[in-house]
Design a protein around this ligand. Structure first.
Ligand SMILES: NC(=O)c1ccc[n+]([C@@H]2O[C@H](COP(=O)([O-])OP(=O)(O)OC[C@H]3O[C@@H](n4cnc5c(N)ncnc54)[C@H](OP(=O)(O)O)[C@@H]3O)[C@@H](O)[C@H]2O)c1
Length: 331
């Protein structure tokens, strides 16, 4: 029987998502990798419970997380039944639809047909009456944005979700989506985008849009799937690491130029008495645009190391300048 730690809210800080009423923890946990039915369920359970014990109230899922697709949500549903049900009102659980999920023309992209059916499937797998945030996972070039945003509005109004979000939308599409949702009376809570020291596309217009429109930003793959940690600094690929087993992080990514960059960043972290992963998270948290940094973890030890990023001094201007110089190095 799981008893959540009584001091779970003592150290975590919570940031308001844009101009909404909702606050998210500075670190949130995503279940993209390590929580599928091919993974060790006991280890996965320990990570989720430890996260909650440390004040991580936000867990991010999507219809297709696994592998196989759907199995991360089923795992989370099993945890709802076994451990988390008493804490439902302390949790922000999100899911998404937008990538291919089932065969035929109604299991992908952004139609109302797909989004509503997928949300119902996610709720059934997660054993939830509602999700807190439901996202459209990626823009759909063919479906009118009015239809996709109308589906998010309907999902909220019908009680399947409390808030609507968008993910991977560029600045122009994000602005249009935000305005449509506002007109419908279901304001966009948050945008979920890929942002890290190695991927800065959101700085090219999206951050300004979110700031102006009062929409939060939650940044995924903040550690570049493990590259911005100590995991690969010597150029080798540890057994069991994401680069050794996931198509999403290919060993070819570890070029000599990238390794030089990562080691230069690690030495700045070392001078602070910190690790590269802590530096990478602090670098994102320095922004007022950041509502939450959405990490992954394959062990409790990794989670604990990443939580240390919330302690100690922030980055000085001199350190930020040094980081800029390193980030300008070619990969
Ligand atoms: N909206 C979208 O399109 C989208 C896309 C991708 C992700 N996301 C969300 O963002 C979440 C996080 O993404 P992500 O997993 O790519 O994030 P990440 O934090 O950049 O990478 C997490 C991985 O890095 C390694 N790692 C983490 N901390 C470490 C440490 N202290 N030391 C050494 N290695 C460490 C682990 O991999 P190994 O131990 O396995 O090597 C871990 O699984 C996902 O779960 C999902 O919720 C959303």
């Amino acid at each position: 029987m799981y008893n959540a730690k009584e001091d779970r809210y003592d150290t975590m800080h919570y940031r308001r998502s844009g101009k909404s009423g909702v606050k998210l923890p500075e670190l949130s946990l995503g279940l993209w990798h390590n929580f599928g039915s091919d993974d060790d369920a006991d280890a996965a359970e320990s990570i989720v419970l430890h996260a909650f014990d440390r004040g991580i109230t936000h867990f991010d899922l999507a219809n297709n997380y696994g592998p196989p697709p759907g199995s991360a949500e089923s795992f989370f549903g099993a945890m709802m039944i076994k451990n988390l049900r008493p804490f439902r009102d302390e949790l922000i659980v999100s899911s998404k639809a937008g990538y291919g999920m089932w065969p035929g023309p109604y299991g992908d992209f952004g139609s109302r047909k797909y989004l509503v059916a997928s949300c119902d499937q996610s709720l059934a797998r997660m054993k939830l009456d509602y999700v807190d945030i439901f996202y459209h996972h990626r823009p759909d070039p063919d479906t009118p944005l009015e239809e996709t945003m109308g589906a998010l509005d309907y999902i909220v109004r019908s009680g399947r979700a409390l808030y609507a979000g968008i993910s991977n939308y560029g600045p122009d599409d994000a602005l249009r989506a935000i305005r449509i949702l506002r007109e419908l009376g279901t304001p966009c809570l948050i945008h979920q985008g890929n942002y890290s020291m190695l991927n800065r596309w959101v700085e090219d217009g999206l951050l300004d849009v979110l700031d102006r429109e009062g929409v939060g930003g939650i940044w995924y793959s903040p550690l570049a799937q493990g590259l911005l940690t100590g995991r690969y600094l010597d150029g080798s690929i540890p057994d069991g690491s994401r680069a050794s087993r996931s198509v999403f992080l290919k060993p070819e990514r570890l070029t000599p130029a990238l390794l030089a960059k990562l080691n230069a960043l690690a030495s700045i972290a070392g001078d602070r008495g910190e690790t590269l992963s802590r530096l990478a998270i602090k670098w994102l948290l320095r922004h007022r645009h950041t509502t939450s940094v959405l990490i992954g973890a394959s062990s409790v030890a990794q989670l604990d190391e990443n939580l240390l990023a919330l302690e100690g001094a922030g980055l000085s201007d001199a350190e930020l300048n040094k980081i800029e110089t390193i980030l300008a190095m070619p990969e």
